[in-house]
Design a protein around this ligand. Structure first.
Ligand code: ZN
Ligand code: ZN
Length: 354
């Protein structure tokens, strides 16, 4: 990971924003810029230097992980120490992820320095992945697909949703994942109509649809996939609904290319679902950026006019949710390329019937 190059790219942005430094408080941004994976620290980046403030618990870890930034170990109060430094500047940027307590601390310590809220300044840099990041995401996606394949062959009526989720996460770990990227979704029958249903203690029944949505973190990068399976032979209606989602998903994937607006990719899926009379059952956006975090910019949503740059990594995940009956969703991770999408998720998309 080329941290000095990332810091230089950030400096150009800071100059354009007319601030002398940025106080980075978002941990994923700190990792991106410095390599530090600890859970307490603040990074201060100015024209010439980058300094990570953290405490004694992370002294060894920071020495090992951080490249391109100087590390300052404090007994306590990393934020306070960093905020006090702001007094040297006339105008400093801080991130939107800072909470009220952080902001108050900054205000108290920064003296005459003017504080400016900068939204998504590091996130914009993270939007385009470099080759090292793409390789990490590729491996995370492959691991996640293997965990799915190893779990799904044992899925059967009578298992609890949480047992299936535990198995998914167990396989992720065995395959080398650091942790799940988010709370694993295993939702059977009517619960599958809730797009973000967490796995519950409910037992899977005969003849019902099951949505599995899960991701892993491997080498600090996320994966995210959804497959829909059916216990017992699916009804004609369930198959028809599934086919609509699959076609919508494929149309959205086909709409991906460098320069395409996020809204256009969303529209490719949404218009098809709407034309089939199911528009009101597609209740979320078509996808999201993915990288160090499972949800990054951009959103592939109706009103997001962002043009996709080559090298961005996004998910494509339309779904249909019929209250009382069930839900259907298919989600893949794709890389935006000049001429189209490179699909990283290789797991077959067909409706699996057990
Ligand atoms: Zn997902
Ligand atoms: Zn997703």
């Amino acid at each position: 990971m080329d941290h000095p190059a990332r810091l230089d790219a950030l400096r150009l942005r800071l100059a354009a924003e007319r601030v002398e430094c940025l106080l980075v408080t978002s941990l994923p941004n700190i990792f991106y810029l410095s390599g530090f994976t600890g859970s307490a620290g603040v990074l201060l980046v100015d024209e010439g230097r980058s300094v990570l403030f953290t405490d004694g618990r992370y002294a060894l870890q920071a020495a090992e992980e951080v490249h391109g930034s100087r590390v300052v170990i404090l007994r306590s109060g990393a934020l306070k120490a960093a905020a006090r430094r702001l007094g040297r500047y006339r105008c400093a940027g801080f991130e939107a992820s800072a909470d009220c307590r952080t902001w108050r601390q900054l205000r108290e310590q920064a003296g005459a320095c003017r504080l400016r809220l900068l939204e998504n300044v590091v996130e914009q840099l993270r939007l385009v992945k470099d080759d090292d990041e793409l390789e990490r995401i590729r491996r995370s996606v492959a691991l996640n697909s293997r965990a799915f394949q190893q779990t799904v062959k044992r899925i059967r009526p009578g298992l609890r949703e949480v047992e299936v989720a535990a198995e998914l996460e167990y396989h992720m770990r065995l395959l080398g994942a650091e942790r799940p990227a988010f709370e694993t979704v295993v939702a059977g029958g009517p619960r599958s109509a809730m797009p973000h249903a967490r796995a519950s203690a409910r037992r899977l029944g005969e003849n019902e649809v099951v949505v599995l949505d899960h991701g892993a973190i491997l080498s600090n990068y996320a994966s995210d996939m959804t497959r829909t399976v059916h216990l017992g032979a699916a009804s004609r209606r369930a198959r028809a609904l599934f086919r609509v989602v699959l076609e919508a998903q494929q149309r959205a994937v086909a709409a991906v290319r460098a320069g395409a607006a996020c809204s256009a990719v969303d529209r490719a899926a949404r218009e098809y679902i709407s034309r089939r009379g199911l528009g009101r059952y597609f209740t979320h956006s078509t996808g999201h950026g993915l990288g160090i975090e499972v949800h990054e910019i951009p959103r592939l949503a109706r009103r997001d006019k962002t043009r996709l740059p080559a090298g961005a990594v996004i998910t494509i995940e339309p779904g249909i949710y019929i209250p009382g009956m069930g839900g259907f969703r298919i989600e893949d991770v794709v890389v935006v390329r000049e001429r189209g999408a490179e699909v990283l998720t290789t797991t077959p998309r067909a409706l699996l019937e057990f």
